[in-house]
Design a protein around this ligand. Structure first.
Ligand code: C2O
Ligand code: CU
Ligand code: CU
Length: 448
């Protein structure tokens, strides 16, 4: 009888990548199974998986299964949920993904350097009944700061990056290479899973001549909707699934532009239409709504309210003056130390044994969480172990029944979310700009 457990093995080790294609220069990287990004894992909703991770690096690592609502002991935060995986040893991760959708995995040890050197991969949990599309594609987007010789630029964790926008790079790759054309066929319907695995770069993708329909955010289905300004905004760690009907003309080319940063728009890639006549003359007439995942519905009337306030950074008005708490826990080797705080406390690094939870929730209660950004910077705030129903942004209700594990706060934004604390353990809540997390924009809460 076949084993019911889907078992994989992944080795973490130094390797090499060619970001600019097969004739380009080699860049030393750290890789899962020798490739950047790591192997795309496809699991099935509700079916147990076992992933054995072997550490071939000279330093400790862990794997965090970003967005998966799993058991706390499998969450991959060193010190907090598991002992780190020492060089030459392995760790067995076992979990049953409750939700179908687009997720990803990455280390949670020395995160800035390990993620920045290439450790990231996509994790797709398949729906039992997917929507009808002609092709299901994934673009794992990564941003790299390379020196002229194609080596990783030094200076991970500089105080300047830490206190400002983080380590934004100078080349962006799709699935590990600087993208050339993406070949498409007129009339086809594509489900495109976008995942931003960058350290710090926020992206806003505009598909010229096309109208993407958002069907899921952070793996969680939403009400299918077109974007008001046509831009798909992806902060670090976010995933957005869009469905695009390829309504362009055979033989034509359409740019995909990232214009998030004012004055710094660039062409990410091109949708290059085959000359073949259209697959169909009218868009496929099939529903776009994905089946919802089994998320517990928050009970707002009985909710426990919590607030976290993001503070610090350059131009932060000296808010860090009174920071106490865990300053002493700054990771050795980080030249910056603390630059940010949550509610006056800076937890730096990746995770530590004995981190005191910021708040405690009784299992089963609804947490109504307000996140307030007092800083002058953007922060994609990420919660481990849960997806949050996003209620409002600056007082306006958020439409489309949106659930997210990573929520982007613009400067001075206030966002309200809610989730049912049904998953016991100590969980992280942090900014996913890796420099910000390492420099104090992180906290822990407990579900008992
Ligand atoms: Cu993807 Cu704690 O993060
Ligand atoms: Cu996570
Ligand atoms: Cu941040």
């Amino acid at each position: 009888m076949a084993s019911a457990v889907d078992e994989r093995r992944i080795r973490v080790a130094p390797g090499q990548a060619r970001f600019t294609g097969s004739s380009g220069p080699l860049t030393p990287v750290w890789a899962y199974d020798g490739t950047v990004p790591g192997p795309m894992l496809r699991l099935r909703q509700g079916e147990p998986a076992r992933i054995i991770v072997e550490n071939g690096l000279d330093e400790e690592t862990t794997v965090h299964w970003h967005g998966i609502r799993l058991q706390n002991a499998m969450d991959g935060v060193p010190g907090l949920t598991q002992p780190p995986i020492k060089p030459g040893t392995s760790f067995v991760y076992e979990f049953t993904p409750p939700d179908a959708g687009t997720f990803w995995y990455h280390p949670h040890a020395n995160s800035l350097v390990q993620l920045g050197r290439g450790l990231a991969g996509a994790l797709i949990v398949e729906e039992a009944e997917p929507i009808a599309v002609d092709r299901d594609l994934l673009w794992l987007l990564q941003d790299w700061r390379l020196a002229a010789d194609a080596q990783m630029a030094p200076g991970f964790g500089s105080a300047m990056d830490a206190a400002m926008s983080g380590r934004i790079g100078n080349i962006v790759t799709i699935n590990g290479t600087v993208p050339i054309d993406q070949r498409v066929i007129a009339g086809e319907r594509i489900r495109l899973r976008l995942a931003n695995a960058s350290l710090a770069r926020i992206m806003a993708l505009r598909f010229e001549g096309h109208r993407p329909v958002v069907v899921a955010i952070d793996g969680q289905p939403c009400d299918p909707h077109e974007l008001e300004d046509g831009r798909v905004v992806l902060a670090p760690a976010m995933r957005i699934d869009v469905v695009i009907d390829m309504q362009g003309d055979p033989g034509k080319r359409y740019a995909v532009i990232d214009d998030y940063y004012d004055g710094l728009a660039y062409k990410l890639t091109t949708l290059a239409y085959d000359t073949a006549s259209p697959l169909r003359t009218r868009p496929l007439d099939a529903p776009l709504g994905l089946p919802r995942n089994p998320l517990p519905e928050p009970d707002l009337a009985e909710a426990e309210r919590q607030e976290i306030v993001l503070q610090g950074g350059m131009m932060g008005g000296g808010k860090l003056a009174g920071v106490g708490g865990m300053m002493g826990m700054a990771t050795p080797g980080m030249n910056g130390g603390a630059a940010w705080a949550i509610n006056g406390m800076s937890m730096t690094g990746d995770g530590h044994a004995g981190m005191a939870p910021r708040f405690t929730l009784k299992r089963g209660t609804t947490c109504h969480l307000t996140m307030r950004n007092e800083t002058a910077w953007w922060h994609p705030m990420h919660i481990h172990g849960f997806s949050m129903s996003v209620l409002s942004r600056n007082g306006s209700p958020v439409p489309n029944r949106t659930w997210q594990d990573t929520v982007l706060l613009a400067p001075k934004d206030t966002i309200e979310c809610a989730f049912v604390a049904d998953n016991p353990g100590d969980w992280m809540l942090h900014c996913h700009v890796a420099d910000h997390q390492m420099a104090g924009l992180m906290t822990v809460f407990r579900v008992t």
